[in-house]
Design a protein around this ligand. Structure first.
Ligand code: AGP
Length: 593
């Protein structure tokens, strides 16, 4: 989830690139860079951290007069966020920037290294520019060399490439990652989203998958689907959604594909990051908040699929309980930010006692990543909404894949079983696509749930941690009281609260203990609790019904239910007039205990 920009024209390019990149910072950054080609000189500037660091390296550089410029903000998926790994990547006379993941980059890299090409970075992107210049040795046709390069790539990408051999044009390719080309008074513009183009371009073309070629100052009109560009920047940053949280709910199905990219190969799960990984005898999962809920889900999956004994702990509790630690136990720290103080300290305690650790994290080079033995990045891209959505979805997906990875290495699952689970994963991703009719139903239904004295979210098995997560989502952004419970636990006390002012959100998948949950719900309905059933099957005692798709597995039902709970919290919060993206009393990353 990186940001890319480009320009062809005579305006000053260094400042322009910085201004355009600034509009993409919400897409994430741990490093940034630009390349400018003018009068046969290719100037490259790169820096880690925030854009101000790149601006400092450019403070004495100006570049007016006709030329080309490309710029990039990086959210690491392969390789640490260092200056060497920052884009643009350069071969001899060409430079490239890329948003996405090249799944087959290692094969290409090996092929090029065998030809004596030296790579400077750990990134997948660098193979593009070396492959391009290698192919260019076999043809004088630069466009053909670029097209042949693109044809070798597998995965998702939005690419901009400039080369001294073509000083008047930028080569582009789009597959899976967004890319827009715009035209304005002062030249031609490129960007990952329309925010950087506002005020510069008056018309744009939103590229489709499979489009590639070059643009110069004379052939913009040959692009398809040219339309006028709107002018509201903040609206653009949210890609037209009302809140970043809403946008992040809607992008889960795209983001989850990036999480899986390069990690599933037919009937095999691959984690490049787990070199020298030792399968543990048992696992302790440790996290806070939403990440703790992902840890709970993972404990069910790891025991069921990989037959590895699991314990789960809330970091702020575990770090003070004088825990018994076993060096044969793997410590898994789950954290979106990688900076949560309690989780970080718990990880340090585990490390001091000789436990090996795995970080499941969304921010490379964060404190937790630097502390852990191994790291698997969730690749959710920057999450602006304080209430976590896509980070949770990608955590669960990574941990599901990890459970399969452990099972396959213990030969507890046959290749056909892995393939079946991979199919379920892809269907689960599809299940996170928000259907407009579903969202509208939830928006209309949300008006029924504004004035009760509280909410129960109930579910069984992995739908119990999902019930906890749904309750947390609602609490965080609506400020209404909500609790998650195992539905089988109602009779052990909580049912005393049941009356018509108690709103119960019942998670009722058909493939996970449906009848058991149904009888628990009937106990609540018998005491006049107001019930909203999330289920593929109509439940006659429910006051409201949100119909789940008729899925083949409980994991697909899990991911669709997750989206419904996120949207329900969003719509109730909007009705109450709250600031969905920045709810009161909360911070995106709790770096203090
Ligand atoms: C989730 O909606 C909350 N923002 C919060 O519970 C969060 O999950 C928790 O603070 C842990 O943060 P982390 O994942 O960055 O470690």
């Amino acid at each position: 989830m990186c940001g890319i920009v480009g320009y062809i024209g005579a305006n000053e390019k260094a400042k322009l690139m910085l201004e355009m990149l600034k509009e993409l910072e919400y897409r994430g950054y741990d490093s940034a860079g630009i390349a400018i080609l003018k009068n046969d000189t290719l100037s490259i500037f790169r820096a880690t951290g925030k854009l101000t660091n790149l601006a400092n390296t450019l403070k004495d550089f100006r570049s007016s007069g006709f030329g080309l410029a490309i710029g990039h903000t990086r959210w690491a998926t392969h390789g640490k966020p260092t200056e060497t790994n920052a884009h643009p990547h350069t071969a001899t006379f060409s430079s490239v920037i890329h948003n996405g993941i090249i799944e087959n980059y290692q094969d290409i890299k090996q092929e090029l290294e065998q030809k004596g090409i030296a790579f400077r970075s750990q990134t997948d992107t660098e193979v593009i520019v070396h492959l391009f210049e290698e192919i260019l040795k076999t043809t004088n046709d630069i466009l053909s060399a670029f097209e042949q390069t693109i044809a070798r790539l597998k995965g998702a990408y939005a690419i901009l490439l400039i080369t001294k051999q073509s000083p008047d044009r930028i080569y582009y390719a789009k597959q899976g990652s967004p890319l827009i080309i715009g035209k304005g008074k002062a030249g031609i513009y490129f960007a990952s989203s329309d925010a950087p183009l506002i005020g510069l371009a008056h018309h744009v073309s939103y590229l489709e998958d499979g489009q590639s070629g070059y643009i110069n100052c004379h052939n913009f009109e040959t692009l398809p689907n040219i339309c006028p560009l709107h002018t509201n920047k903040l609206y653009a940053q949210k890609d037209g959604f009302r809140y970043f949280m809403e946008k992040e709910i809607y992008e889960q199905h795209k983001v989850l594909l990036e999480t899986m990219m390069g990690r599933i190969d037919g009937d095999t799960i691959l984690f490049d990051e787990l070199k020298d990984f030792v399968l543990p005898q048992s696992i302790l999962l440790c996290a806070c908040g939403t990440s703790y809920h992902a840890a709970l889900v993972a404990s069910y999956l790891l025991e069921r699929i990989a037959k590895i004994k699991c314990n789960v702990a809330i970091a702020s509790e575990w770090r003070y309980r004088e825990p018994i630690m076993d060096t044969n136990e793997l410590f898994i720290a789950i954290s979106q930010s990688g900076e949560t103080a309690d989780t970080l300290e718990a990880l340090k305690i585990a490390k001091r006692h000789g436990m090996r650790s795995l970080a499941v994290c969304n921010v490379d080079n964060s404190s937790i990543v630097r502390e852990a033995t191994w790291t698997i990045l969730t690749r959710a891209g920057i999450e602006k909404g304080v209430a976590s959505t896509k980070a949770f979805a990608t955590q669960v997906m990574v941990l599901w894949m990890f459970a399969l990875y452990c099972a396959q290495h213990q030969r507890k699952l046959l290749p056909q079983d892995i393939r079946q689970q991979c199919t379920a994963m892809l269907r689960s991703v599809e299940a996170t696509k928000v259907a407009p009719k579903m969202h509208d139903k939830i928006r209309r239904l949300s008006k029924h749930y504004l004035h009760g004295h509280g909410f129960f979210f109930v579910g069984r098995d992995i739908f119990y941690p999902l019930a906890l997560e749904g309750a947390l989502k609602l609490k965080e952004i609506s400020y209404l009281h909500a609790e998650g419970y195992p539905s089988g636990d109602m009779k052990h006390g909580p049912i005393a609260l049941a009356d018509d002012g108690l709103f119960t959100i019942a998670l009722m998948p058909q493939h996970m203990l449906f009848d058991k949950t149904k009888s628990n719900i009937e106990e609540l309905a018998a005491r006049d609790a107001t019930i909203c059933a999330i289920s593929p099957i109509e439940v006659e005692v429910a006051d409201d019904w949100i119909m789940l798709g008729n899925h083949a597995s409980y994991m697909e039902e899990f991911f669709e239910t997750m989206v419904i709970l996120q949207l329900l919290a969003l719509e109730i919060s909007i009705r109450l007039g709250n600031d969905v993206d920045m709810p009161r009393n909360l911070a995106k990353s709790v770096t203090v205990e």
